[in-house]
Design a protein around this ligand. Structure first.
Ligand SMILES: N[C@@H](CCC(=O)N[C@@H](CS)C(=O)NCC(=O)O)C(=O)O
Length: 202
């Protein structure tokens, strides 16, 4: 088994944190995105969409998509559960994971891709679109602050993959100027708690 990884890439970090929480070690194959290695013919045999991460199994099967890779490891090793403990809980966790991915990670990512100079190598930038996405993401951060009132973790009282998605978005997209504001106390407390877990170093 081999995990195609890129140190800086937030999606790759999502998988690394997930694995660290479970105590699973997988050999990493580094891909240099900024050097364009993910667009080369060799990596495209693994990931035709030129995206990282990718998991290659010993029989040659390739799993693309961060959440699909996490789902595979959740099935292989259910403890500690990061995607729900029963049917209802799994639905709740998936709801929060998707909300963090679609409503927070994605607009932050679009703001970064369309406004940061370093991303002009990878993206045909539309700065106006990026700025609109920045507004949407900042509104979502404010809502998340409210949603975290009285809750330890995003999906409730257990650390889950939804926390991993939000943490990696907030940490990485600082590069695009996103920050937790002084008055976002619930968000700040949550961020401190999840950042202090050993897995956050992954
Ligand atoms: N939906 C994919 C997205 C993967 C993705 O976009 N990865 C980024 C790194 S975080 C990438 O490979 N970017 C290369 C590029 O934009 O050319 C997933 O969840 O794994």
């Amino acid at each position: 088994m081999k995990l195609y990884d890129s140190t800086m890439a937030p999606n790759a970090r999502r998988v690394r944190i997930f694995l660290a929480e479970k105590g699973i070690e997988v050999p990493l194959a580094p891909i240099d995105i900024m050097a364009g290695e993910h667009k080369g013919a060799e990596y495209r045999k693994i990931a035709p969409n030129s995206r990282v991460p990718a998991l290659e199994l010993d029989d040659g099967t390739v799993i693309l998509e961060t959440m699909a890779i996490c789902r595979y490891f959740e099935g292989l090793q259910p403890d500690p559960p990061l995607m729900g403990v029963d049917t209802l809980d799994a639905a709740i966790v998936e709801m929060w994971q998707r909300r963090m991915e679609l409503e927070l990670f994605l607009p932050m990512g679009m703001a970064f891709r369309h406004t940061h100079p370093v991303m002009s190598a990878l993206e045909e930038q539309v700065p106006e679109f990026g700025e609109k996405q920045r507004t949407i993401a900042n509104q979502r951060l404010s809502l998340l602050d409210e949603e975290l009132a009285g809750k330890e973790f995003i999906a409730g009282d257990r650390y889950t993959v939804a926390d991993i998605t939000a943490l990696t978005a907030i940490d990485f997209f600082k590069l695009a100027g996103f920050e937790i504001k002084d008055d976002q106390k619930h968000l700040a407390a949550w961020h401190q708690a999840v950042s202090s877990r050993p897995s956050a170093a992954a």
